[in-house]
Write a protein of this length. Structure first.
Length: 479
């Protein structure tokens, strides 16, 4: 699909943007302004405010936002208008709402109408991560099912908010491919104009194939709006810094998805690397090259220290989307050394570059807010690089013509150096352990993980190199 008269491409995805929907500290107002401006620059057109840990979004959804916060929201909407980004707002009332209560419905509609008065026209009704059955006696009398209650509430909001708005329903069954009675009823009774969100076959979907989207779209009888949990790193994923490219999404999704809203990490500047690559995919999925896009994004975000930032980011690409990506260049070199095809000096040279990255990022990275966000991982990256450098030094001695005593001293020297490098809770070069919440069903009596990996253990490249060096040393020194 091409834009007439310009030669440029127009995306077939209607919605292309970000939903601030993670569990953790919400973004600062300045960070939202920064992100919305860049979304527009990258060709994205949506930003939705929905942070789970904002009490007034979820736990205390009935309470109006104070005037100062509404002034900030007004500035955000205006910033979005200037950048070509529709700023929307979602509320998540499902933990406590009584669906049949006129007071609750009026409170919900009134709170969203206040955002409409600011100029917002994109709204979300988030009913995810809530009880999977009606909780109130009055609701059990008034509605035949949870889907019936959700449909009626969504229709009530459409009437209250008026024309020219987009409403997105995040359903309680928001992931998976199997049809459920809840989804079948939504599909048959929900106004076709209401968008319905879907995260893929699981919570953080490693891939989203066209066939899986087609199946869910058939159940809901409409194109899906992907709530894509990338590059989010909340809950048990917090040790990770997901700096890999957007990948694993089928170019053919345009037939069954109206667009995608990515859920970022609680680190807005660091999230921009994955978001920048996603913008390229959503603009032109058929021509998208994740590696070219990633390199371009790393150079842009690493302004001032582009080479150091790219080396640093390469060690933080691991996620369930890329579980074998822990710094591909370094890992290939380690493999060559292990197989006897390259000398340990190769590793020493590569690790010298990685050891230099910390100082370069701290001194030269132009975006000081980004430097502050990633500082815990800069430190982790430097520590793990030091551990690998110690292992490479030992391997170089073992390869040489040193006598056995010298090799023994080299082994003990490495072990001593390792004791002086404190462990980090942040993961660099892959995790020692991390859990991804890969549920395929969230019903109280049927919750289950799907077939995608949940627990990753012993995936740190530094540990693997140290263990290899230790094995080589022990082999060389055994009588």
């Amino acid at each position: 699909m091409f834009q007439e008269g310009t030669g440029g491409r127009v995306s077939e995805f209607i919605h292309r943007g970000v939903i601030e929907g993670y569990y953790g500290p919400p973004y600062a107002h300045a960070d939202r302004l920064w992100l919305v401006e860049r979304l527009g620059r990258w060709g994205m057109n949506r930003f939705v405010y929905a942070p789970k840990d904002d009490p007034l979004h979820r736990a205390e959804w009935r309470t109006p936002y104070p005037g100062e916060t509404m002034e900030e929201f007004a500035e955000l909407v205006a910033c979005g208008s200037k950048a070509g980004v529709d700023v929307g707002f979602a509320l998540s009332p499902g933990l406590s709402i009584e669906y049949g209560s006129s007071a609750d419905r009026e409170a919900l509609a009134g709170k969203l109408l206040a955002f409409r008065e600011l100029g917002a026209r994109f709204f979300g009704l988030a009913l995810d991560d809530v009880p999977t059955a009606l909780a109130h006696d009055g609701d059990r009398r008034a509605f035949r099912s949870l889907a019936h209650a959700h449909t009626e509430l969504a229709h009530d909001l459409i009437r209250a908010l008026g024309p020219d708005i987009t409403l997105v329903l995040v359903p309680t069954d928001y992931m998976g491919t199997e049809p459920t009675a809840y989804l079948e009823e939504l599909g048959s009774s929900l106004d076709p104009a209401i968008e319905v969100a879907w995260t893929g076959r699981t919570v953080v979907s490693p891939t989203i194939p066209r066939a899986e989207a087609e199946r869910r779209a058939a159940t809901l009888r409409r194109r899906l709006l992907l709530w894509d949990n990338v590059p989010v790193a909340d809950g048990p994923m917090r040790p990770m810094l997901h700096l890999g490219p957007y990948r694993g999404r089928d170019a053919g999704l345009t037939a069954f998805a109206s667009g995608a809203l990515l859920n970022p990490m609680q680190h807005p500047r660091a999230s921009a690397l994955a978001l920048r690559t996603a913008a390229d995919f959503l603009r032109d999925p058929e021509r998208y090259d994740p590696e070219v896009s990633w390199r371009n994004a790393a150079r842009e975000l690493g302004d001032g220290a582009p080479e150091a930032f790219t080396r640093f980011a390469a060690a933080h690409r691991f996620s369930c989307l890329s579980p074998d990506d822990r710094d591909a260049e370094l890992e290939a070199a380690i493999r060559e050394v292990r197989e006897g095809h390259a000398p340990a000096q190769t590793l020493k040279t590569l690790l010298e570059d990685r050891l230099a990255a910390a100082d370069a990022l701290r001194r030269e990275l132009a975006d000081r807010a980004l430097a502050a966000e990633i500082e815990p991982w800069i430190e982790s990256h430097h520590r793990e690089s030091r551990r690998m450098a110690a292992a490479a030094e030992l391997l170089a001695v073992l390869e040489g013509d040193a006598n056995r005593m010298a090799k023994g001293i080299a082994f003990l020297t490495m072990e001593g150096r390792l004791t002086r490098i404190a462990p980090s809770t942040c993961a660099s070069y892959g995790p020692r352990r991390v859990v991804y919440p890969q549920f395929a069903c969230l019903h109280d009596d049927a919750a289950a993980f799907g077939g995608d990996p949940v627990l990753f253990r012993d995936r740190c490249l530094a540990d693997e190199l140290v263990a290899f060096a230790e094995e080589r040393a022990l082999e060389a020194l055994r009588a």
